[in-house]
Design a protein around this ligand. Structure first.
Ligand code: 5GP
Length: 208
């Protein structure tokens, strides 16, 4: 017997936009083959380059409502004009099989997952490195008016206010360092005793 059987974990990354969360999620997925991305359903339209079934499941509001009412979603939230939700079954199957799942969801979804799963959930909040840098990133598109940038800044501030609800907080000053921190958290959480459902068998075999 070489591996200890363990339950998978749910790793949540949340952040205001402009904190580099998408880059970090991609970096983690390509560096670690033991974790895969939960693909959300959303009612928003695809952006250029987004692919249905890869970035999101793009669904109609009617279909979303059917999924939510039928209990197919682990959590769901309204974010501005659109709805977003996590399909339940792929997550349940992965956890049972001892695989880990990565989530890019907002604070509302994180709260709902926490209520339902407790010990399976590990949550990380990513912060941008400072006010000026956040403003610079939110301004990235030069044609935006001051009012649009101010609205984005206010939205970021309201998202950032949820940092105390997370297990870990990472400031993304340097992408490689932030990614290293996420990997370390994942490794440590994988060794948590409560997830090692097979440790009793392992030890029994060690001492037979
Ligand atoms: P975007 O429309 O830019 O892809 O995502 C907007 C926000 O929705 C992001 O903060 C993202 O984390 C969040 N989000 C994406 N999928 C889900 C989901 O399934 N559930 C929840 N609660 N939030 C989500």
């Amino acid at each position: 017997m070489s591996e200890i059987k363990r339950r998978g974990l749910m790793l949540v990354l949340s952040s205001p936009s402009g904190a580099g969360k998408t880059t970090l999620a991609r970096g983690l997925l390509s560096a670690d083959s033991g974790i895969f991305m939960s693909i959300s359903a959303t009612t928003r339209s695809p952006r250029p380059n987004e692919v249905d079934g890869r970035d999101y499941y793009f669904v109609s509001p009617e279909k979303f409502e059917t999924m939510a009412a039928g209990g197919e979603l682990f959590e769901h939230a309204q974010i501005f004009d659109n709805r977003y939700g996590t399909p339940r079954q792929p997550v349940v199957d992965a956890l049972k099989a001892g695989r880990d799942v990565l989530f890019d969801i907002d604070w509302q979804g994180t709260q709902q997952l926490k209520e339902q799963t407790r010990e399976d959930l590990v949550s990380i909040f990513i912060l941008p490195p400072g006010h000026d840098e956040l403003e610079r990133r939110l301004k990235a598109r030069a044609q935006d008016s001051d009012a649009v940038v101010a609205r984005r800044m206010a939205k970021a501030a309201s998202e950032i206010s949820h940092w105390p609800e997370y297990d870990y907080v990472i400031v993304n000053r340097d992408i490689d360092r932030a990614l290293g921190q996420i990997k370390s958290i994942l490794e440590a959480e994988r060794a948590r005793r409560t997830r090692l459902v097979g440790v009793g068998d392992f030890v029994a075999d060690l001492t037979r």
